[in-house]
Ligand binder design. Structure first.
Ligand SMILES: Nc1nc2c(c(=O)[nH]1)N[C@H]1C(S)=C(S)[C@@H](COP(=O)(O)OP(=O)(O)OC[C@H]3O[C@@H](n4cnc5c(=O)[nH]c(N)nc54)[C@H](O)[C@@H]3O)O[C@H]1N2
Ligand SMILES: Nc1nc2c(c(=O)[nH]1)N[C@H]1C(S)=C(S)[C@@H](COP(=O)(O)OP(=O)(O)OC[C@H]3O[C@@H](n4cnc5c(=O)[nH]c(N)nc54)[C@H](O)[C@@H]3O)O[C@H]1N2
Ligand SMILES: [Mo]
Length: 766
């Protein structure tokens, strides 16, 4: 344990023995079907029970998969729309294990902090509210009423509402999110940081400034219709497995796929549809037609080089590359960009990207075939100091070709959490727009706070320096998801009270200084009964489709409250029963919450009726119609400097990423099958030549250090794995490596921690 108390800085090693084999060249197939059932079995489900659960997932009358935000196809009624990792997520929350008070009598928080994240998650679902008193090492059971009363009195005791922080993780339904932000703003603060701050914030900011809407512009049909799909900084085989079905369909329709990634991820190389016995027998589809193995953070250089080559091609055969009509009618700033590109040294850009010029020329040949080009991206682009710049270079590339707002073309930031996009639409935002707040004021008749609240990075800083004293989390695992784990632990421990609305135990619950309260809740797959009968909730997927999600499983415990009910009861205690709405009346029937959403949020009129249509409805997206919500209605070209990728001697650029056996901070197992890793998570992927130069052998035990800002951060005892990764680039897993990610290093303009670009030294462990 460190001086700051138990943190993930030194999580226990796994008991398994690490085994390393070569990375796989294709994703899914039969092993993924087997793995789905193994994970279900481990959580106590027989095969028939597992099939029953999985059949309800992502069906029009079922529950939305608690995994990723990839949309469901319209023909989903005809097939079981699940994937291996969706199955793991469903197994994890539908476990038969329960955490009752005997468990908490048996283990002190200090003993629990010594257990691995995998072990913590395996212990089962919370069944009743729990409280840790100042000085105590054991959680004790309390009633919800006592929990609400304690939290309410702590909130009322604050000198200012701005001393409270209300975090949200992106699983929260639209109904819960809407009530939550209404409660928080009525209480008097915009301190609503969320997981989006660490995730696609750079996309929201980058797109908002250039095309006037912070969401992607394409639909699933566009993916199927595209001629070129570029997948950048994303590992769909693991994190969005159902996307592979869409890519496969696009390929059958003639699309070419370009993958841009430092790693040859299995899901980018090949795919065997696990739902097709024919494919399992005969082999699947090659996914990427062209793989550009960019170095970490080489994307701005790569995109600039690509655009320079496109301009050359335009000069060679005018009219084939640029969409002059679109550019002059709908955009601003192209001449400045052209001038900027014309003076670039293409070879220097190609070297900075770490790819070959011949490969980029091949990319140009693929791209110029048609304007139907889509760029998909995820964390490999957003979690950089220049994350907003990355996104804006993608926009430049699409705009110059007029590849937006026509079928088969546009922007596709692939979201993470299943309702992270919906939470934002509902107002979970530390920087709400004036229009949104004006509307809140009109509908609810109170004066909402106008000054910006804290985002995730600012929230940690505020807790550290005492400006914030109460931390409330609607889901998530703040300690493990945020950067600089040791510092974040200190920040949380300085609070007078920590409150977690959670389904399962995680490391954030094990920090202790003063009061810590856990309010357990129903999971999305469970039946949610209120006064007016069984309720459903709604979510918005990555492509702006709002649809319903109805739980079908028996609740983990009959006494569990739903998230909307927890918010309502707490709000009633803090603000009063009718201030500014009849809180408990609202949760008797979620239609009433949806009626309020319909009144407040644009495009939700007739919400209750429209969301009952099978498949839900699309939210209006102006960029899809080439209407850009910028100050003058034009999309903006921007000039973004290429980052300086010079590395001090003896250092490496480290990206932190997910294994195939985890959901963010939730660890399902210690394997990463596609990358050939079994039985361990504390590994560092290195280039073989770098290993030779540093005199490190595969299997060597090493310590990783980062010295950003003159402060030493250490992650001890990692094992070196030789891997096809570009020189001077290394990869580790999140959250084990978060201790190395500096809090003060985040994306300009979006505050997204730069967790894909951490400069580290690697030295043999002593
Ligand atoms: N099963 C499962 N599904 C999930 C999640 C999960 O943990 N497990 N998490 C969900 C969430 S919240 C999110 S945000 C998404 C995350 O989905 P991803 O963004 O796919 O997740 P990461 O593992 O962070 O992978 C980042 C990818 O970017 C690449 N990369 C890293 N740095 C760079 C770079 O500089 N340039 C380029 N071009 N590529 C780079 C890495 O090699 C890796 O392939 O997945 C969601 N879905
Ligand atoms: N180094 C590094 N750090 C990263 C990232 C990275 O790539 N690298 N990725 C970032 C990204 S993209 C994201 S989105 C964040 C994720 O950050 P978070 O969203 O905070 O983390 P999760 O691991 O998704 O949260 C898991 C916890 O949520 C609770 N939970 C699960 N289901 C429910 C539910 O239905 N209701 C409620 N109330 N609680 C529930 C459980 O207690 C579980 O332990 O992490 C970020 N951190
Ligand atoms: Mo995310």
């Amino acid at each position: 344990m460190s001086e700051n108390g138990p943190t993930s800085a030194e999580p226990p090693e796994t008991d398994d023995k690490l085994k390393v084999s070569p990375p796989k060249r294709e994703a899914a197939g039969l092993p993924s079907v087997i793995s789905s059932f193994v994970h279900m079995h481990r959580q106590g489900h027989s095969i028939p029970s597992a099939i029953r659960i999985l059949r309800r997932m992502n069906q029009t009358n079922g529950f939305d998969c608690p995994g990723c935000a990839w949309p469901d196809p319209d023909d989903r009624a005809s097939l079981t729309e699940f994937c291996e990792n969706g199955a793991k997520a469903a197994a994890w929350e539908s476990t038969r294990e329960r955490l009752d008070w005997h468990f908490f009598q048996r283990y002190s928080i200090d003993e629990l902090a010594q257990k691995s994240d995998l072990w913590l998650g395996k212990q089962g679902r919370f069944t009743e509210p729990l409280m840790l008193r100042p000085g105590s090492r054991f959680y004790e059971p309390i009633s919800y009423a006592e929990g609400f009363a304690r939290v309410a009195s702590a909130l009322r005791d604050l000198e200012s509402p701005n001393q409270a922080i209300f975090y949200t993780s992106g699983r929260t339904s639209n109904e819960a999110a809407f009530l939550y932000q209404l409660f928080v703003r009525s209480f008097g603060t915009n301190n609503l940081p969320d997981c989006s701050n660490m995730c696609h914030e750079s996309s929201g900011v980058g797109l908002g400034q250039t095309v006037g809407i912070g969401k992607g512009s394409v639909t699933l049909d566009d993916i199927h219709e595209a001629d070129t799909i570029i997948v950048m900084g994303q590992n769909p085989g693991t994190n969005h497995p159902r996307m592979l079905t869409a890519l496969q369909k696009a390929k059958r329709n003639g699309a070419k796929i370009i993958a841009i990634n430092p790693l040859p991820e299995a899901g980018l190389m090949g795919f065997v549809n696990p739902k097709s016995p024919m494919q399992i027998l005969s082999g699947g589809t090659q996914i990427a037609d062209l793989f550009l193995q960019v170095q970490i953070n080489g994307d701005v250089a790569l995109l600039k080089a690509l655009m320079c080559l496109l301009l050359k091609e335009e000069a060679r055969s005018p009219g084939t590359v640029l969409d002059e009509d679109f550019i002059s009618l709908h955009t601003d700033g192209f001449e400045e960009l052209r001038a900027h590109l014309q003076v670039q040294d293409i070879d220097a850009l190609v070297t900075a990207a770490g790819v070959s010029r011949a490969d980029l020329e091949e990319a140009v040949r693929i791209i110029v075939r048609s304007r139907k080009t889509i760029v998909c991206w995820a964390m490999g682009l957003t979690q950089h100091k220049n994350g907003v710049g990355n996104v804006q270079e993608i926009v430049n590339f699409l705009l110059m070709r007029g590849s937006i707002g026509i079928p088969g073309a546009g922007t596709c930031p692939v979201r993470g959490h299943s309702n992270v996009q919906g939470d934002r639409t509902m107002g979970i935002h530390d920087r709400p727009s004036k229009a949104f707040l004006d509307r809140m004021e009109e509908v609810f008749g109170f004066e909402p706070p106008r000054e910006h609240g804290f985002n995730t990075v600012e929230a940690i800083q505020a807790m550290l320096d005492g400006r914030a004293k109460l931390f409330f989390a609607m889901g998530g695992n703040f300690l493990q998801a945020t950067p600089d784990t040791t510092l974040t632990a200190q920040a949380l421990k300085r609070c007078d009270m920590l409150v977690h609305v959670s389904t399962k135990l995680n490391r954030s619950h094990l920090l202790h200084n003063k009061w810590s309260i856990i309010l357990p809740c129903l999971a999305r797959s469970e039946i949610d009964s209120q006064a007016y009968g069984e309720q459903f909730v709604t979510v918005e997927n990555s492509m702006g489709v709002v649809h319903s999600s109805r739980g079908h499983l028996k609740p983990a415990h009959p006494g569990l409250y739903s998230e909307p009910a927890i918010i309502a009861w707490l709000a009633e205690k803090v603000l009063g029963p009718e201030v500014p709405v009849g809180w408990c009346w609202l949760v008797e029937n979620y239609d009433r919450i949806r009626d309020l959403i319909a009144k407040t949020i644009p495009d939700f009129e007739d919400f209750n009726k429209r969301v009952r249509k099978p498949g839900g409805f699309h939210l209006y997206n102006a960029a899809r119609e080439r209407k850009f919500g910028t100050d003058d209605g034009k999309a903006k070209f921007t000039i973004n400097p290429a980052p300086d990728l010079e590395l001090p001697e003896g250092t490496y650029r480290m990206m932190t990423m997910r294994t195939h056996d985890q959901y963010n901070t939730t660890v399902y197992g210690n394997d990463d099958r596609y990358r050939g890793i079994r039985g361990g998570r504390r590994v560092v992927f290195m280039n073989e030549e770098d290993m030779r130069e540093a005199d490190l052998e595969a299997g060597a035990a090493v310590d990783l250090t980062n010295d950003f800002g003159g402060k030493r951060r250490v992650a001890p005892r990692f094992t070196v794995v030789s891997y096809p990764i570009p020189r001077r680039c290394v990869g580790t897993y999140f959250p084990e490596a978060n201790v190395l990610v500096p809090l003060e290093r985040y994306a300009d303009g979006s505050f997204t921690p730069a967790s894909k670009d951490v400069v580290v030294r690697i030295t043999a462990s002593t």
